[in-house]
Design a protein around this ligand. Structure first.
Ligand code: DUR
Ligand code: ZN
Length: 192
């Protein structure tokens, strides 16, 4: 049994009226439908504790949209944000290339802004992605992941040259660096 209702939703070209190259093109007729989908996703929010509904709509480069809502839990720290729900849905369905994300809440006078954890989560897939912060009237403010998380740490940093690499670390050896000098102490030294 397959329920496609909340799976992959496309920003329909008939709805946007955009040209066939809309996804690469300069016109951005997809923005309003994307924001609309974020607000639609907000309706599914499971937030009995905070009573604060959030929705997200993540646009992949091929035009597929993945929606997400916040999903809270009686064990409070396990709650998931809407943005992360959308990213996890997309990645688990084989998508890793994103163009934009729209975020929606019920805040009357403020554009909903992603939390620090979600900023980092989004940054994993590129810091130039567009982030549309919206209000309930579907007005929006465009930012990038980099605007929201400047001087960030990302997957590229794990590939940069380091003074230590794990091949110098053996299972029972602690390696640390003080003022550029490498100190090695094994568990025997630790007991003295
Ligand atoms: O950008 C945001 C901000 C908050 N929340 C959720 C987390 C929690 O469920 C509720 C209140 O913080 O809102 C999101 O999903 N996204
Ligand atoms: Zn968050």
């Amino acid at each position: 049994m397959t329920d496609l209702r909340t799976d992959e939703l496309r920003v329909d070209r008939a709805e946007t009226g955009a040209r066939s190259n809309w996804i690469e093109g300069e016109d951005e007729d997809w923005i309003k439908p994307l924001i609309h989908q974020a607000h639609w996703a907000k309706e599914f929010a499971y937030c009995p504790y905070s009573k604060f509904r959030v929705g997200a709509a993540l646009l992949a480069h091929d035009g597929t949209v993945f929606t997400g809502c916040n999903v809270e839990n009686a064990s409070h720290n396990l709650g998931l944000c809407a943005e992360r729900t959308a990213v996890v849905k997309a990645v688990s369905q084989g998508y890793q290339s994103f163009k934009a994300v729209a975020i929606a809440s019920d805040l009357e006078d403020q554009f909903i802004s992603p939390c620090g954890g979600c900023r980092q989560f989004l940054r994993e897939f590129g810091d130039q992605r567009s982030v549309y912060l919206s209000k309930p009237d579907e007005s929006y403010k465009k930012m990038t992941v980099e605007d929201l998380l400047p001087v960030s740490f990302g997957p590229e940093d794990l590939k940069r040259k380091r003074v230590f690499t794990t091949d110098k670390i053996t299972s029972n050896t602690i390696v640390s660096s003080v003022g550029g000098n490498a100190l090695q102490s094994n568990s025997d030294q630790g007991r003295r």
